[in-house]
Design a binder for this molecule. Sequence first.
Ligand SMILES: Cc1cc2nc3c(=O)[nH]c(=O)nc-3n(C[C@H](O)[C@H](O)[C@H](O)COP(=O)(O)OP(=O)(O)OC[C@H]3O[C@@H](n4cnc5c(N)ncnc54)[C@H](O)[C@@H]3O)c2cc1C
Length: 382
Amino acid sequence: MTFVYDALVIGAGYIGVSVAYHFSKAGLRTALLDRGGVGSGASRANYGNIQVQDAELAHSLDLIQAGYASFEGLEAELGQPVGLRQLGSLLLIENEAQWQMMAARLPRLHTAGIRAELVEASHLPDLEPLLDVSALLGACYHQREGQIYPFALLSAFLNAGQKRGLSLHWRTEVNAIITRADRVTGVRTSRGDFSAGVVALCTGAWTTKLGRMVERNWPVRHVIGQALITEAAPTLRLRNHLASAAFFQEAHGGGQDGGTERAILAFSQTREGHFLLGEAARVTCDMDIRATPTGQPAIARLAARFLPALQKLQVLRGWAAAVAFTYDGLPLLGPVAGLKGLILATAFKSTVIVTPLVGRLVTELALTGCTQLDITPFSPDR
Ligand SMILES: Cc1cc2nc3c(=O)[nH]c(=O)nc-3n(C[C@H](O)[C@H](O)[C@H](O)COP(=O)(O)OP(=O)(O)OC[C@H]3O[C@@H](n4cnc5c(N)ncnc54)[C@H](O)[C@@H]3O)c2cc1C
């Protein structure tokens, strides 16, 4: 049996649901396919932070700025709340090398209008009273970041898409991409063939596998990232999302395939008061998405060290997810050369912030062959 559509979106994570919504809104008969269900990949497993100041600097600032702006009016457009709220961000600095590295980023951020600033440790308690600053030199602070509730964002795009005719196909794994001459014409799945002139791959950590189906070797790697969540503690309030400046030195970008697990601080809090604590990370080729007996305690130790007030809180659960990344810090966003109709949108350094925007860009690309924002640096064929 063959299902016939105008457009197919593979992968129902943040990027896929946004693309599927925008395709449907543009009048394309669209099917969204996932090997599991909505949020089966990394999009079920994150903090929902809208991250600005940790942007890749060489090519991504326009994308990040436009991404941030696209949250304005989003809830009204989708007709449903997504848990949007403004938050600050602190990138914590533990040594002189990190201080210099953060200082070197500032001029470029400022030129783009991102008012991040270096703050010495003595001023940090004013910004984040829960933080133990004794081992810190300071932090890079940016006031205008934000957070959404991940499941609310996913379901808002899905609901709005369905109202415009979007068709959902869960437990539908793409096993082959069907091509004729220099065109994509559909996909072969565990539930039959789907035909369409446009196929958008939003497949996160699975993208290399999809690439092999069309003889492409896209430079997407993945990290298994772990986190845990505590019981709600409404009287303890984090004012910012906290991450370590060490992310710029050694996390995904610096890790090697098969490297050992490392815990690097990434803390946040939900609107209801649950603390989201991470992140133990391991760059790997496997897809063993399980929290480990070493990773979870390492995260708890980090939390106890930097947020001592949390020590008595109960941990509710821990999890792990495979998160796609590239070694140059740039996403794969654009048409696939030599295969008309095939578009890739994956491996964003920060995904939440670009989610609404990328749906729009991919739709522009599918309809007109170009985008208002220059995405050539992100070409899958770079
Ligand atoms: C602990 C933690 C905290 C994080 N916090 C944040 C944060 O605060 N802000 C932020 O921006 N990012 C955060 N991230 C990263 C973020 O979760 C990911 O970057 C994001 O979810 C990726 O979304 P995606 O849509 O690109 O991919 P995914 O959500 O991984 O979606 C890919 C989908 O493709 C499907 N798929 C793959 N292959 C096939 C196939 N052959 N057939 C059909 N379907 C297929 C998968 O099932 C999956 O659902 C965090 C990650 C972790 C681990």
